[in-house]
Structure formats: structure tokens, C-alpha cells
Design a binder for this molecule. Structure first.
Ligand SMILES: Cc1cc2nc3c(=O)[nH]c(=O)nc-3n(C[C@H](O)[C@H](O)[C@H](O)COP(=O)(O)O)c2cc1C
Length: 291
């Protein structure tokens, strides 16, 4: 177990660490900072991040990562950040050009620094860039989805025969079933409307039985990765269909070398866009209840 420690020589007993510890594990006693229950520490780093004397040690963590916080001037402006949020589009037309590994690594770094519940950092990532591997995953995904479409058709027919109203879930599945059948037809002609011929796939997964729920963590990480991709000149498109297929077909997970007890939560295509958007798009106004 990693245990943080306080260098008493350095510590000036300012108490800043006590105030920021989310687990309330620090207290001042007998002229030093004591860690009440080290086993409860989530290694979030707040104590070290706030300490003017840099008195905290985190064994096993890279010192280089505890660099000084960047000056405000180097951070994006609210306008710059909003422009990034609004100009990101799902890319569905990609250039053939592969994505440099160095850029993918920067994208993974962006995901790594997203917040996670309890600082558990439960996510694992699979990066697929080998064209033949993408093709195999695409074929298996399409086949799985078509299998799902057949099951959906039967379930919907049964519901209709019984005179029961179709729930939103069923209606949505019926729409998907149609999309998947068309996708399979196009796929057999070499037209990829699943991954849109993207040269890279990122799949995010984890073991909820071991770490607790992962869905929100994945979403946050995914969005940070997508925004990093955008500023690197790359395009992304989240792919819920791959997630659905991976959850329905253990063989697909195996092919992606994802452990069978892992849940696939998020995936996206990545590549250089072969499309230029000239306008921002509109969204529904935020529905907000102010209290
Ligand atoms: C969870 C999630 C799953 C998605 N799955 C797919 C998908 O399987 N295929 C696809 O073409 N787009 C997929 N998308 C992209 C959405 O269609 C897209 O984000 C939405 O239409 C808004 O467009 P924008 O991303 O360009 O703003 C997905 C998006 C999200 C957030």
C-alpha cells in the first residue's frame, strides 16, 4: 500500500493540508502533521498540491508530475474554451493517414488526468491502430449488431401482437435494428458506416466489480480525450455501437484483448478529419431550474 508521509523538517505547520484533505485524514498534534488513518488516503495529492514547503512525499508517484501549477496566462480564456467546446464536431469522414503514436499518447494523458470517483482511477484503455485489427473488430461488431437486430425484431413483434404499447426503449432499439441492417449491407460492399474508415479506435473499459461504477469516470475521461484530439488537429466520434456489441459478444472483447470481467463503457474513432465545418451548430437552450 502506498502511504504518504510528511517531512517534519520542511513542514511549517500552516495547516493548509488539513483544510483541503477530502478524507479529513490530517491533523496537527504535538507540533507536527499526523495522518490519522493512512489506509483511508485516496492519494488525490491535494495536501502536496497546496503545501508551500512541499513537505509531502508520495512514494511510487513521479516527482515530475508534481510540477508548479501553470500561470493563469497560459490557461485558455473562457471564450477560447467555449470556442473549443462549440467547434468540436463528431467526425465521420476521415483521411487515410494514420495518427502518430505521440499524438495518441498525448490524448491518453488527457484522459488520465480526468477526475474519477474517490480518485480510484479505475479505467483501462485499448488503442487499436493496426488496420487488419480494426477490420476484424468492425466485422465482429457489425455481425453482433445484426444478431441483436434479429432479436429486437422478434421482441418488438411479440410486444405488438400482445397489443402492448412500445416503450421508448423498444422504439429506439427498433430504429437501431434498421441502422444495423443497413450498416451490414454497406459493410459487405466495403463501406464502413460503423467506424467510418477511421485509422484508430480507443476503447475505455474497467472492472466495476473491483472498482465500483465507471460510467461517469469514463465519460469525463472520454471528453477530455476528445478535446485534446481536437486541439491536436484530429477528429473523434464516440461509438456507442461498439460498446453495445462488446457487451453482447464476449468474443469481441477477447479479440480486443479486454478481460472478460471488464465492462466496455466508451469508445471512439480517431483520425484526421477529411471534412471542414464552417459554422457552429445550435443546441436546445439549457433547461435549468434555479433554486
Ligand atoms: C454516448 C455516445 C454514443 C455515440 N455513439 C455514436 C455511434 O455509435 N455512431 C455515431 O456515428 N455517432 C455516435 N455518437 C455521436 C453523436 O451522434 C453526436 O455526438 C451527436 O449527434 C452530436 O453531434 P456532435 O458530436 O457533432 O456535436 C455518440 C455520441 C455519444 C455521446
Amino acid at each position: 500500500m502506498q502511504i504518504i508521509s510528511v517531512d517534519e523538517e520542511r513542514c511549517a505547520l500552516c495547516g493548509a493540508c488539513i483544510a483541503v484533505c477530502p478524507s479529513r485524514l490530517l491533523k496537527e498534534a504535538d507540533g507536527s502533521i499526523k495522518i490519522i488513518d493512512p489506509a483511508q488516503c485516496i492519494l488525490c495529492g491535494h495536501c502536496k498540491a497546496v503545501c508551500p514547503e512541499d513537505a509531502f512525499q508520495f512514494p511510487g508517484l513521479e516527482d515530475a508530475e508534481f510540477a508548479p501549477v501553470p500561470k493563469k496566462a497560459t490557461l485558455p480564456s473562457p471564450e477560447g474554451l467555449m470556442a473549443l467546446f462549440r467547434s468540436r464536431r463528431s467526425t465521420r469522414i476521415f483521411q487515410k493517414q494514420p495518427v502518430e503514436r505521440e499524438k495518441i499518447e498525448r490524448i491518453m494523458e488527457a484522459g488520465r488526468f480526468a477526475p474519477t470517483g474517490g480518485n480510484r482511477q479505475p479505467l483501462r484503455y485499448t488503442v487499436i491502430t493496426t488496420p487488419s485489427a480494426i477490420e476484424i473488430v468492425r466485422g465482429m461488431t457489425v455481425d453482433t449488431l445484426v444478431g441483436q437486430a434479429d432479436r429486437i425484431k422478434k421482441a418488438v413483434e411479440k410486444k405488438r401482437e400482445s397489443g402492448e404499447a412500445l416503450t421508448v426503449g423498444y422504439k429506439l432499439q427498433e430504429i437501431y435494428a434498421g441502422i444495423w441492417r443497413e450498416m451490414a449491407k454497406l459493410n459487405s460492399k466495403g463501406v464502413d458506416v460503423l467506424f467510418f474508415h477511421a485509422p484508430a479506435l480507443i476503447v475505455c473499459h474497467g472492472n466495476p466489480a473491483r472498482t465500483g461504477p465507471l460510467d461517469v469516470d469514463s465519460g469525463l475521461s472520454g471528453m477530455q480525450m476528445a478535446l485534446m484530439a481536437e486541439v491536436l488537429g484530429l477528429g473523434t466520434c464516440f461509438c456507442g455501437f461498439l460498446v453495445m456489441a462488446a457487451e453482447a459478444n464476449p468474443e469481441l472483447k477477447k479479440t480486443m484483448q479486454i478481460p472478460k470481467d471488464h465492462k466496455v463503457i466508451l469508445s471512439f474513432m480517431l483520425g484526421y478529419p477529411d471534412v471542414t465545418y464552417l459554422r457552429l451548430v445550435s443546441r436546445k437552450p439549457a433547461r435549468v431550474q434555479w433554486l
